[in-house]
Every structure is written in structure tokens, then in C-alpha cells.
Design a protein around this ligand. Sequence first.
Ligand code: SF4
Length: 361
Amino acid sequence: MRTPTPIDLRTLSREELERLAEDLGEPRYRGRQLFKWIYGKGAVSVAQMTDLPKSFRAELARRTCITRLEPVRQLTASDQTIKVLFRLPSGRHIESVLIPDFDETGRVRRLTVCVSSQVGCAMGCAFCATGLMGFQQNLTAGEIYDQVWQLNQLAETRFGRRITNVVYMGMGEPLLNYDAVLRSVALLTDRDGLGLSPRRITVSTVGLARRIRKLADDRVRFRLAVSLHAPTNAQRSAIMPVNRSEQTDLDDLIEAIRYFEQRTGQIITYEYCLFEGFNDRPEDAHRLADLTRRAPGKVNLILYNPVEGLPFCRPSEARLQAFIRVLVARGVTVTVRRSRGQDINAACGQLAIREPTRSEV
Ligand code: SF4
């Protein structure tokens, strides 16, 4: 007889844990206790859950397991950004990044965790290291949560304080793993989980129009960032295959963003990575400003981080400043993201797995 696959407790919501407790003949509140142990205290085994009856723990030990990602390599950049390589239960690997932001006196102002939502990515953007890997697997909500949990522990050890922000900008397209991403946000914001404010969580998408509409209908409260990277269909299609797909060209995308903003009352952020000679000319800046008129949003300019084997270059400071001048003159709110952790390939668009060698593991 085959033994049934154990239920992974670190994928279940509060309600599902309450139901599980009832199914095992316990009162519902035992499910709430389970939730606190798993998501609030980071328990990795039911043996740790000492306030649960012994018989319940024994039953749980027989029928369930708790996912935990195994950290296999950790690299610290000169700017204190830390990249962690995790092994998933499937044996595949993902990367997560802890990014400290310091004030002028050297005190930590913000600690951001950048999480992966998939292994690899199917979207194939021409400038991205993760895209080169192709899609391999979706992560569960628990696997996404555990990245944040473990990097929060690391933040407390290294910097003496908790993380402040989470961005879904690591490997993968979050909206292609929609349910797990939304479930993980619910766990991160639960007061018995990590208790983060949804305003401090940003999900970044390549711009899947239908899924953006679904987010609007689901009335999500986290922040949304859309990777635009080009102001015309011709330019965008050249570097982002998604723009050539049905119902996701620039016009569909802008319409979906308008819908999102109307329904949620939130203004999105346009991510715009500058590639020298491709999308960084003053006329590109004017076209970008035109788009932000149609669907308002802040523009976050990203300086491209070169990826070995890809033909794109980062523009000079002078070209960047000229681009900014046009946007500011057109009344657009602009920020510049000067990527962090470049010397360990932890910067935006650089996450791709180099499997650890034996000596590194
Ligand atoms: Fe996927 Fe984002 Fe890379 Fe595009 S930029 S291939 S969506 S991970």
C-alpha cells in the first residue's frame, strides 16, 4: 500500500489549518495555534509545538511535513547586499537577496528582501539572465514565505533589525504563479505571520494585461510595479516577447493599468531599464511621458546591469541626466534605482542559477 503524500503545513492558510485541526478531531483554535507556530515562530517540526496535545502532534507528524528551504550558499557584496542561494525540496535552486539601505550616518534606513516566485522564467526578456534559464517550476506560497522568513532572521543577525520591505522582483514572473503569490502576501501581512503592511510589499510584473485586471478585481492592497522598458510597441516587442502576445501589447497594457488604478485607487510604478542607444534618447523620454499621461504612474529608471553574453550596455551618466530632464520637464515623478550587489550578480536582471560546486555546498 502506498503511503499518502504528507500535507505541507507551510502552504496552508489560517482557515485551512483550522479545518485540518477539525478533521483531526481537534477544536478549530488548534489551527490558529498551528498558524502561529509555522508562520510566526518559524517552526520546522511539530515536535517544537509544545503547547499542542501530544496525541495531536503525533497525528500531525504522521500526516504532514513543513517545507523549509535549505540555504546552500551566501554571498555578501561590497555594499552589504547579501544574496542567498536556496535549495528547494524539489532539488532545484532559487536566489533571494537582502538589500540594506543606509542613511548618511551609516544607519540602516530600510531592509528590503527581493524574493523569487518561480525557478527560471518563461517570459524570455532579451536582457535578463533569468530568462535565459527558461521556466522550470512554480514556487509554493510556503516557499516564497520561507525566503522572507529566513532573510528576516539574517537581517536581525547582521543588522540588528527586522526587514521593512518585500519586493517580488527575483526570479520568475509573479503573475504566472498568481495564487501562490497572493497566498504568500496574505501570510506575510497576517499579524500572526510577519505582520508586514501591504504598502511595503511590491509585486513586479512584466505586464500581463489580463492578470493585472484580475488583481484589480481581487482588490489587492500591495503595490504594483510594471516593467515597461520601452515606450513603443516596436521597441518593446524587440526586447520583450510578451508584448507580441495576444492581448498584451502596449495599448492593452495601458488600458489594464488604467482599470487597476480606477478599481484599487492605487498609482503604479513603471520600471524602465535604460539601454544605451535603444530606449534612452530624449524622444523615448517624451513618448514615455505620453504613456504616463494615459495611465498615471511614477517612473523608476533602472541602470542596466550587464549580463555576460547579452548585447546591451548601460548608458552614460550624461544620457541618464538628459533623459531625466525631459521627464521632469513633462511633470513626471522620476526615481533612479542604482542597482545594488552588482559584484555578486545580485542586481536586477542578474539572478540566474550557477549550480553550487561541491566545495561551496
Ligand atoms: Fe522573466 Fe522578469 Fe527576466 Fe523578463 S525580466 S525574463 S519577466 S524574470
